[in-house]
Write a protein that binds this ligand. Structure first.
Ligand SMILES: Nc1nc2c(ncn2[C@@H]2O[C@H](COP(=O)(O)OP(=O)(O)OP(=O)(O)O)[C@@H](O)[C@H]2O)c(=O)[nH]1
Ligand SMILES: [Mg+2]
Length: 182
């Protein structure tokens, strides 16, 4: 299977604290992250550090070099998404599935992501290890998307994280073949 440019650039996007940095650190080695202490009172309750520029990591999947770019999640830094999306082949959209409120919050941000262009993407419903987490089928119906493009995720679990990434890579490669075959 031919990969244009010899590599894939994949964006890991999603709302604040959905697990983007965790995901990149789980699947790639020597990850570069730009995290600083959280200063916003409401967001401080959720965690101590937040990404302000991006997470960067590289790995190989079936011999293909994959460059991962994790976005910041804070809405005031959303301008970075467009910058980081430059030249991407596709993206993962992480949703914090540990509460229904987070899923509804993520919906508007997903709409913004789609406004950047019609890129292949997978919605990954993270934190499936949390008791009572929202199942992917429910997220698919709330987001009004085909359940085939919504996958369960525990970003701390390497096997699961790699399998979600593979799903996206397969989608990117399939779409590319569809484009060349008239
Ligand atoms: N239970 C559970 N917690 C997770 C999982 N993945 C991430 N977390 C936790 O969720 C919180 C947010 O994770 P981050 O990786 O910092 O999220 P982020 O999307 O990079 O956050 P920002 O860069 O600030 O937007 C942290 O406390 C993580 O430990 C998971 O699969 N399960
Ligand atoms: Mg982060």
């Amino acid at each position: 299977m031919q990969v244009q440019r010899g590599y894939l650039k994949i964006l890991v996007s999603g709302p604040y604290a959905s697990g983007k940095t965790t995901f990149v650190r789980t699947v790639a080695e020597n990850v570069l992250s730009t995290e600083v202490p959280v200063t916003t009172p409401g967001e401080q309750k959720v965690k101590e550090y937040t990404t302000v520029a991006f997470d960067y990591g590289k790995l190989y999947l079936d011999g293909i070099p994959i460059y991962l770019f994790g976005t910041p999640g804070q809405t005031r830094l959303q301008f970075m998404w467009r910058v980081l999306a430059q030249g991407m082949h596709g993206y993962l959209f992480l949703v914090d599935g540990s509460s229904l409120l987070e899923v509804y919050r993520a919906r508007g941000i997903y709409t913004y992501m789609k406004s950047l262009g019609n890129y292949p993407h997978i919605i990954a419903v993270n934190k499936q290890d949390v008791k009572g987490s929202v199942p992917p089928s429910r997220v698919a119906s709330i987001f009004n998307v085909d359940p085939a493009y919504v996958a369960p995720l525990v970003a701390r679990d390497k096997a699961m994280a790699i399998s979600v990434l593979k799903k996206l890579v397969d989608l990117i490669l399939t779409r590319r073949e569809e484009r060349v075959v008239p």
